[in-house]
Ligand binder design. Structure first.
Ligand code: MRU
Length: 346
């Protein structure tokens, strides 16, 4: 599988270079971040977004935070590092990947015995996390591509490509790989209100990959399913509970219910780092509530009367009964998910 020719996150030795996803597709702006606070802000403001990508940048944030701690006293270092980890933890609540990677970084710090040794180990661990996450998305894209047949039209939601994963992509990685295999496929990409990750980012990535696609508004999905124009729906995930219930971008649940009604397979693609075995069902997944402004405005322009009150959950949970299969780097999991997930995550 070919690597995208843009690098959403790049480690530069003492800082990280990111492609600012809030500026795409109008401008390709790269930012260099050299401290944990700017990384935390970049995550919160969605300059870097997508579950695997925020796990990776979170790990680099801890490494940069550690490099910026000046003391040589180990107890003080640990206390300051704890504050750094807390700042990054508080950015976004739903994607499991972020917490998984922060836990890994904390374990590495706890195992060290000198400040210099811990700093070095944390940088190495962040680079390892980045490499492993990219590799996981390559593998899962290859497994998933077998589900996409020649001639298929596939619907996808939100943005799940190299931008969201810093690797090959989850749902979009599967699509890109199927296309690279020479299958004649077409994509319907939902615009994904409120923040238009589909219109801004998926459309940009599909164009980069040269894959034929049509952009549709979220509310058009049922129309195209009823017309018999969609052969499969494939989405990513932000957190998957132990029973397969899956949190993903708001609107995913609607698509899953519609797909079942029209007997269209509904696939979830995610690295195993998105799976949270600590949660029995999706009811336990924390759902991020975001600002009213994201709904009342589009790209800074007001579309609702001043003072309109809003609800803005960023994710919803799709119950496992709507999911045909979960595609991971360890293979494709079919129902019953409880057992399949456990055996892949062991
Ligand atoms: O709020 P976002 O843009 O970070 O939400 C991202 C998604 O919901 C993606 O579909 C998800 O992270 C899965 S695959 C990268």
């Amino acid at each position: 599988m070919k690597r995208a020719n843009y690098l959403p996150i790049e480690w530069l030795g003492d800082r990280v270079r990111i492609l600012d996803q809030t500026k795409l597709p109008r401008q390709e702006v790269y930012l260099e971040l050299s401290d944990a606070q700017s990384i935390a802000s970049a995550i919160k403001e969605l300059k870097v977004r997508g579950a695997p990508a925020i796990g990776v940048i979170g790990a680099y944030g801890v490494a940069l935070g550690a490099l910026g701690i000046e003391t040589r006293a180990i107890a003080e270092f640990h206390k300051k590092l704890g504050d750094v980890i807390q700042t990054i933890t508080a950015t976004r609540p739903t994607a499991r990947n972020l917490f998984r990677m922060l836990e890994r970084m904390e374990q590495v710090a706890d195992a060290g015995s000198s400040v210099d040794g811990i700093k070095k180990a944390l940088v190495e661990e962040a680079i390892k996390i980045h490499t492993e996450e990219a590799e996981a998305t390559r593998k899962l894209s290859e497994f998933g591509a077998e589900l996409i047949k020649d001639g298929f039209t596939v619907l996808t939601h939100c943005n799940t490509g190299p931008l969201a994963t810093t690797g090959y992509g989850t749902a979009l990685g599967v699509i890109i790989h199927a296309f690279e295999q020479g299958k004649k496929i077409k994509v319907l990409a939902t615009e994904t209100r409120p923040l238009l990750q589909g219109a801004r980012l998926t459309a940009w990535e599909l164009k980069q990959a040269g894959i034929p696609f049509n952009l549709i508004t979220d509310s058009m999905a049922g129309y195209f399913m009823k017309q018999g124009e969609i052969n499969g729906v494939i989405v990513g995930a932000d957190r998957i509970a132990g029973n397969g219930d899956t949190a993903n971008k708001i609107g995913t649940y609607n698509l899953a219910v519609l797909a079942k009604e029209h007997r269209i397979p509904f696939y979830v693609a995610a690295p195993t780092t998105t799976i949270d075995l600590g949660l029995k069902t999706g009811a336990e997944i924390p759902i991020e509530q975001r600002s009213q402004h994201e709904v009342t405005h589009i790209q800074g322009v007001a579309i609702a009367p001043t003072g309109t009150s809003v609800q803005n959950p960023a994710f919803d949970v799709t119950p496992n009964k709507y999911i045909t299969a979960i595609i991971t780097e360890g293979g494709i999991i079919k129902p019953p998910y409880g057992e399949g997930i456990k055996s892949i995550c062991k």
